[in-house]
Design a protein around this ligand. Sequence first.
Ligand SMILES: NC(=O)C1=CN([C@@H]2O[C@H](COP(=O)(O)OP(=O)(O)OC[C@H]3O[C@@H](n4cnc5c(N)ncnc54)[C@H](O)[C@@H]3O)[C@@H](O)[C@H]2O)C=CC1
Ligand SMILES: O=C(O)[C@@H]1CCC=N1
Length: 272
Amino acid sequence: MSGPFADLGRILMVGCGNMGGAMLRRWLDQGLDPAQVTVISPSGRAVPGGVAVINAYDPAAVGTVSTLLLAMKPQQLSAVHAAGLASVRAELLVSILAGVDSATLSSLWPGATVIRAMPNLPVAIGKGVVALHSPAEIDDRARRVAAWMQPLGLVEWIESEGLFDLVTALAGSGPSFTYRFIEALAAAGTALGLPSDQSARLATATVEGAGLLAAEAAETPAVLADQVASPGGSTRAGLNVLDNDAALVSLLTRTLQASENRNREMAAAARA
Ligand SMILES: NC(=O)C1=CN([C@@H]2O[C@H](COP(=O)(O)OP(=O)(O)OC[C@H]3O[C@@H](n4cnc5c(N)ncnc54)[C@H](O)[C@@H]3O)[C@@H](O)[C@H]2O)C=CC1
Ligand SMILES: O=C(O)[C@@H]1CCC=N1
């Protein structure tokens, strides 16, 4: 096999819910051989086709693992480790757990190369973000992880682990905040008189188009905003509400701060 999935060897994926499932589906769409993966999923929730699923770790069923991918909740880390996974000697340990720091992961799986990955939900369509952090120098193993994540969307290395909780808030949680914005735009339209289904369609398509243009255009979002807002026109009247006392920036700063703080709390709980 060649491409982004070469050299990963056997992958053991722990948990395959909303986020892990989205990643796995995209990888399979992009050519990952389902026979390369085993999923541990006590919930019994279906995983993408052809991938072996087991309820609990069974060394005989799994065989030699090269890559261990942690995709359950941070709160499940110690239970997962205690339930036999401590004995897995993978060369690569990739964790998408919010908060949980690389020192905690290294202490649980000494000897493995630890990489933290923070994906977001649009990886399902190859338009996600995957932030990566390596506590050690970025070597060939780390580059292998980056290549593996490439089919999911934009891959960015975050040098300082101290910024990872903030990156998690901005990019990992960001789609959720954006969906709230779409809902709020639609709800505002409805409150002012539009039929709710029509307002929802208009809000979703507007955010889709604006996002795609922002991603493709040479201009910054600030310039694009000005291109919509004619001087003295109606958009400017609306922007004045968002910009007054930096209302939107202030709201989003508090939003990211709350998420970042919660990531820190989850990291502390995982260290305990
Ligand atoms: N949902 C999102 O958009 C993002 C989530 N994450 C991270 O991804 C991880 C998973 O989150 P979601 O997929 O949203 O949660 P989820 O609840 O949808 O999935 C968690 C999965 O773990 C499984 N699980 C529970 N206990 C287990 C155990 N002992 N052994 C193996 N599997 C077990 C559950 O059956 C479930 O399938 C979390 O650590 C979260 O911080 C990171 C970025 C974005
Ligand atoms: O809500 C959470 O804890 C995770 C972190 C990023 C997205 N979901």
